[in-house]
Design a protein around this ligand. Structure first.
Ligand code: AMP
Ligand code: GLY
Length: 414
């Protein structure tokens, strides 16, 4: 079996390594890839989506697995292009990936199908935004497009709101686009993942990520500074409620709206005093949640994804271990406002945990930073305490100039 995995971060390395472990021992290929992924997969010599599709067709790729969201909505869409040449793709077509790419599309979908979520209004400019906020703080402002996890601002006061409005409408930091003004919700957050195959789904191991840069959930939002995953993260009553009020109606809604879906679907939820509510959908696995969840997966991920991409749902092929998994991210200097490349990473050889590379480059015998989030250090254990102690201890062995890491991952909000 030949599998191409699309993406280049820690999530894709975790997917590649888990797929490679499948009983059939598939051959793995990667685009656009990274030096770390190329330790397990072979490179696909393509420069863009056109070349990628041609290469996959010429090399008789059996399955394309979408890691990163951008390809799902770029051009005609990765899954759409795969379908056109008969390659099964684990990842939804462009029209369905709007659930992630457009916050307004997602909000209308949620409202249409009666799925619990915060109230929101879409606005086109600064004045309309201020009118919609109507001096009610805290408020939540969301840029209506892909912004690598950085297009959302939770504003506690007018000053913060005006700063973000300037970024969106004056500096146009995320490009052109609308803004959603959303009701501020409170409660613990949880990331729920489902593998969706048309009208069927399997809920995978839940996780929690830590989006703020600094300890105590302080500092700016990031792509994620760490994660904890376990089947025991939620009690069965809450999980049942999430399935009944959110997951099942979402899958039924996709079918009703004729939005085809085969792939991972990520529900970013808040467990509010009024029950679980959807904060966002993502049409792929979470990053860094994937790095935490994959080490708990048992069975045949390659067989599961291949069958699913062909429309055959085979939940019996995978399961999740009972223990805990903790992922600590080490980010580069300046992240998330900027990032620093070319710093030599020390201590990797002393680290006995799993290490997934989010943004690194191999230079001779050493590894250097090459991005905002640099490394994901992951440890598993039978207990939460064993997993988190080990993840933090192993992450502490790694060092580079200006490295940033949270020390409360899996200690706070579990
Ligand atoms: P998102 O990119 O939509 O996941 O938002 C990033 C983060 O902003 C979330 O993980 C939440 O912590 C926070 N957030 C988003 N929407 C809301 C909301 N309606 N109320 C409170 N916090 C929110
Ligand atoms: N961990 C957040 C995300 O993947 O969007």
């Amino acid at each position: 079996m030949k599998i191409a995995v699309i993406g280049k971060g820690g999530r894709e390395q975790a997917l590649v390594e888990t797929l490679a472990d499948s009983p059939e021992k598939p051959q793995l290929f990667s685009f656009p890839s990274s030096d770390a992924i190329l330790q397990t997969a072979q490179p696909i010599p393509a420069h863009d989506l056109d070349e990628l599709i041609l290469w996959m067709k010429d090399h008789q790729i059996d399955l394309c697995v979408a890691g990163e969201e951008s390809y799902l909505v770029k051009g005609e869409g990765l899954a759409n292009r795969c379908a056109a040449v008969g390659i099964p793709c684990w990842g939804p077509p462009k029209e369905s990936a709007q659930l992630e790419a457009s916050k307004q599309f997602a909000k209308e979908f949620l409202m249409r199908h009666g799925i619990p979520t915060g109230r929101a209004v879409a606005v086109q400019d600064r004045e309309a935004a201020l009118k919609a906020i109507d001096s009610h703080y805290p408020t939540v402002l969301k840029f209506d497009g892909l912004a690598a996890g950085k297009g959302v601002a939770v504003c506690m006061n007018a000053e913060q709101a005006e700063d973000f409005l300037d970024e969106v409408f004056v500096a146009k930091r995320f490009g052109p686009g609308r803004l959603l003004v959303e009701e501020y919700l409170t409660g613990p957050e949880i990331s729920i993942f489902a593998a969706v195959c048309d009208d069927r789904y399997l809920i995978l191991c839940p996780a929690r990520d830590y989006k703020r840069l600094k300890d105590g959930d302080e500092g700016p939002n990031t792509g994620g500074m760490g994660a904890v995953a376990s089947r025991r993260l939620t009690d069965s009553e809450t999980l049942h409620l999430i399935e009944k009020t959110i997951v099942a109606p979402t899958v039924a809604g996709l079918c009703a709206d004729k939005l085809p879906y085969r792939g991972f679907l990520y529900f970013g939820l808040m467990l509010t005093p009024d029950g679980p509510k959807v904060i966002e959908y993502n049409c792929r696995f979470g990053d860094p949640e994937c790095e935490a969840v994959m080490p708990l997966l048992r069975g045949d991920l390659a067989g599961f994804c291949l069958a699913g991409a062909r429309g055959e749902f085979k939940p019996e092929l995978i399961s999740f271990e009972d223990g805990w998994s903790v992922c600590c991210i080490i980010a580069s200097a300046g992240y998330p406002a900027s990032s620093h490349s070319g710093d030599t990473i020390h201590g990797l050889q002393n680290c006995s945990a799993r290490v997934f590379h989010c943004g690194t480059k191999r230079v001779g015998d050493s590894w250097q930073t090459a991005g905002g989030r640099v490394l994901a250090i992951v440890a598993t254990g039978d207990t939460l305490d064993a997993a988190r102690k080990s993840a933090h201890a192993e992450a502490a062995k790694i060092d580079f100039a200006g490295s940033q890491r949270r020390s409360d991952i899996a200690y706070r909000n579990v």
